[in-house]
Design a protein around this ligand. Structure first.
Ligand SMILES: NC(=O)c1ccc[n+]([C@@H]2O[C@H](COP(=O)([O-])OP(=O)(O)OC[C@H]3O[C@@H](n4cnc5c(N)ncnc54)[C@H](OP(=O)(O)O)[C@@H]3O)[C@@H](O)[C@H]2O)c1
Length: 358
């Protein structure tokens, strides 16, 4: 599957590559990222392969990630027009200023203006609400985003790391007010974090949202560097979002390493191919701190996991989902369609119901 086999994102006409280039690692400001030069080389390598989807955020390396991307595209207007450039708002970059971040109207407008300046562009293609704010009324956020679409400053709206109930409320409000819809979700999803399967994936399918997955390597835990035979000290300064692997994570990591060894490919490629091979995922966000990591991660494009290896990974990583996911899955198999045939699937109760009553 090449990077130019584009898919539509949710219920929209926006086409994106199966892998989106993550740029949280662009810039050395936090002491461990890629230099501007290496970042631009990674951008060029991704675009050369036909990639068209780039993800950043105002908070990444304190705005430097956006700046590096802006500098790269500044002299390449045609290349800029071709890409789907997404950035995010939420994190307050102005200590002491209560309206410096968040999803209120004043804060959104200011954050977007600053992102556009750093990105050296007049619009972003996907503007992502980065995180959940329980205080701001959802109508205010959705109306402010709709106005920015009307102003020509953003094209599409996405939600990241939001509870399913809050996303649903926003989507329904927008639908009945005729405002710009939420067409995409950004969720953490990997062999070590599958709980989005409980609420977020079914919501996305029902409401026409394309799912993009961040953290496919769980910050590197699924890259082959880790295993129960080499579970030494983890440098958690680089894995602040996820800490260190838990003892139970090593059961999954070990199976991943075995599958990669059996197939003669890298564990990173297997982990990414597993994510992208899930029917729910439109585009996987690949992150890399160095060019050699990006090259390895891109090999996942051509990796088709055989059914038996995928089944091993599925079984090792099966999540425990919050109520009522498991209960509802059981009920829909056992009771809802009792005695009926729905979409060609006979109910498992049919034979029981067909049995003569005594
Ligand atoms: N919406 C959100 O809240 C959110 C959150 C996080 C990320 N994101 C987006 O998603 C993108 C990807 O997320 P992520 O950075 O968490 O992805 P990830 O793939 O789980 O982790 C990337 C890290 O793993 C290591 N790595 C990557 N490829 C490797 C390889 N082939 N071999 C060995 N190590 C490798 C690197 O760290 P080391 O070399 O330091 O080990 C790299 O920084 C980000 O760039 C960002 O755009 C979004």
């Amino acid at each position: 599957m090449p990077l130019d086999s584009y898919v539509t994102l949710g219920r929209s006409g926006l086409r994106v590559s199966p892998f989106t280039l993550g740029t949280m690692t662009f810039g050395e400001d936090l002491g461990w990222g890629a230099s501007p030069e290496e970042s631009k080389n990674m951008l060029a390598a991704y675009l050369d392969r036909g990639g068209n989807s780039i993800d950043t955020a105002n908070i990444y390396t304190n705005g430097h990630s956006e700046q590096i991307i802006g500098d790269y595209f500044a002299g390449r207007p045609e290349a800029r027009d071709r890409v789907v450039l997404g950035t995010k708002f939420f994190w307050n970059q102005y200590p002491g200023d209560p309206n410096g971040g968040g999803p209120g109207r004043k804060a959104i407008v200011r954050q977007l203006e600053n992102s556009l300046r750093r990105l050296r562009t007049d619009h972003v293609d996907i503007y992502w609400l980065h995180n959940f704010d329980p205080v701001t009324p959802v109508e205010e956020t959705m109306r402010a985003l709709d106005d920015l679409v009307s102003d020509g400053k953003i094209r599409y709206v996405g939600f990241s790391d939001m509870p399913a109930w809050a996303t649903t409320e926003a989507a329904v409000v927008a639908r009945f007010r005729g405002w710009t819809p939420v067409v995409a979700l950004q969720v953490e999803y990997s062999l070590l974090e599958r709980t989005a399967e409980g609420e977020l994936f079914p919501m996305a399918a029902a409401l026409g949202m394309g799912v993009t997955a961040w953290g496919p390597l769980r910050s590197g835990f699924l890259s082959g560097k880790y295993g129960s035979d080499r579970s030494g000290q983890v440098d958690t300064t680089r894995t602040a979002l996820v800490g260190a692997p838990r003892p139970e994570d090593y059961r999954v990591i070990d199976v991943l390493n075995e599958v990669a060894a059996d197939m003669g490919v890298s564990a990173a490629a297997v982990a990414i191919a597993w994510v992208q091979g899930r029917a729910e995922i439109a585009s996987t966000l690949i992150g890399a701190r160095r060019m050699d990591q990006l090259e390895v991660n891109l090999t996942a494009l051509d990796l088709l996991l055989p059914d038996d290896q995928r089944a091993r990974l599925d079984a090792a990583s099966t999540p425990s989902l919050n109520f009522p996911a498991a209960n509802n899955a059981y009920m829909s198999r056992m009771a809802q369609f009792a005695g009926a045939t729905v979409d060609g699937l006979p109910s498992v109760l049919s034979p029981l119901l067909a049995a003569p009553r005594r």
